[in-house]
Design a protein around this ligand. Structure first.
Ligand code: NI
Length: 412
């Protein structure tokens, strides 16, 4: 693929991977603007906002898009922003590029200059970098328009548990903006910079939640026979839930059941009235997702009955599995190979049991979600850690991927 209006590609960045010396080919004019894109990223990092509260962030995005001469639509999914850019011809083809824009409700432990200025808020998943990379591509594409069709730049709020992707769809993302495919990207600190991973099918998990209140009858700790103690019941449920993945899910399938909340009691000498348990259930397949729901409910209710306890069980479906479309995944891999080199595209990378609300968009439209290697990162600097920081060195790589993807999907 060639890039008209672009000088011959230069060797801009060198991969420091120990096993190979790899040349990365980023778009020259994007590489030239790496400092500007980095400055945007740092500004975003200083102003983290969570789940549908991304007011400053969406103002920032809208102002940048407007300054590039890109048409903007605001308020989709509350704080979402969509930029619309038409290419040089009159083709009806259109694609959507999606970046998530929200932060996490946690304190940042980094002390560098661009650290969060907002207590209890932190860009600990790199969505600041995702936003900056998509803005960098938008700027380049608005200047060059070396494509024929329409690009929708989708800046999506509330990825971290709020379902902002679904909110945008429900607000008309795909009915107002007629795009044929959608594309997503996430930085991946456990994969070295200069590499990317992509799956031809499932890449992230169904992520559901369960919660239960186990009610017994409290009383004096020295007289358990006159009480119905919910604590042994809760402990037995935790143990019994661990048999579901081990004994009921096929050994060649993957699933996780984690109890993450166990709350009970207030004194050494009081048997409490109730116990609260909650946790998460992860799977890749729809059948397994249904099995987990049924089994977790059955096991919990049966154990409670055996302990003469009452149980109030609640199942909350979360994000569905993120499933790439094989044809689009192959095209995404091909484009990323023009940036990073074919040898650095890992098509066999293990899926993650994390979750991602780009899943909703991939349920509606063909497309693919790619992991952009951004490591090596220390253990305390992984995604969702208080010392995480997006690796600025990958900004030009991600922006170049987006730009090349548009020129490849919407050729003149
Ligand atoms: Ni994330």
């Amino acid at each position: 693929m060639t890039l008209a209006g672009n000088r011959p590609t230069m060797e801009r960045l060198r991969n420091h991977n120990r096993t190979s010396q790899t040349i990365m080919t980023v778009i020259n004019s994007i590489a030239d603007r790496a400092e500007e894109i980095r400055a945007w990223r740092h500004e975003l990092h200083q102003h983290p906002e969570i789940c549908f509260e991304e007011v400053w962030t969406s103002d920032f995005i809208a102002a940048k898009l407007e300054s590039f001469g890109i048409e903007i639509h605001r308020g989709m999914g509350k704080t979402g922003v969509v930029g619309v850019l038409r290419g040089s011809g009159d083709s009806a083809r259109a694609i959507g590029l999606r970046a998530d824009i929200d932060a996490l409700p946690m304190d940042e432990l980094n002390e560098f200059e661009h650290a969060s200025k907002i207590p209890g808020r932190m860009h600990a998943c790199g969505h600041d970098g995702h936003t900056a990379m998509l803005l960098g591509a938008a700027q380049y594409l608005a200047e060059t328009r070396n494509f024929d069709g329409t690009v929708y730049f989708i800046f999506q709020p509330a990825e971290e548990g709020g379902g902002g992707g679904l909110a945008m769809i429900e607000d008309g993302l795909f009915s107002e903006f007629d795009m044929q495919t959608v594309w997503g990207m996430h930085n991946w600190p456990s994969m070295d910079k200069g590499h990317a991973g992509i799956h031809d099918g499932v890449c992230m998990a169904n992520a559901d939640e369960f919660a239960m209140t186990i009610s017994g009858r409290g009383g004096h700790a020295a007289q358990p026979h006159s009480c119905i103690d919910p604590i042994p019941c809760g402990a037995t449920i935790v143990q019994a839930l661990q048999t579901i993945v081990a004994r009921r899910v096929s050994p060649v399938d993957s699933a996780v059941v984690s109890v993450t909340i166990f709350q009970a009691g207030s004194a050494h000498n009081v048997i409490p009235d109730d116990v609260k348990l909650a946790g998460t259930a992860r799977s890749f397949r729809t059948e397994t997702r249904q099995l987990l729901e049924t089994a977790i409910r059955e096991v919990s209710e049966s154990v409670a009955a055996a302990h003469q306890c009452q149980i109030d069980f609640e199942w909350s479906p979360g994000y569905p599995a993120t499933v790439n479309h094989a044809v689009e995944a192959e095209r995404a891999a091909g484009v990323m190979a023009t940036v990073l080199g074919e040898d650095n595209i890992d098509r066999d990378v293990e899926p993650s049991l994390g979750a991602e609300d780009f899943a909703y968009m991939l349920e509606e439209k063909p497309g693919a979600y790619i992991w952009l290697g951004s490591g090596p990162a220390p253990a305390e600097g992984m995604l969702h850690c208080a010392r995480f920081d997006f690796n600025d060195e990958v900004l030009p790589i991600g922006a170049s991927y987006w730009a090349k993807l548009v020129e490849s999907e919407l050729p003149r």
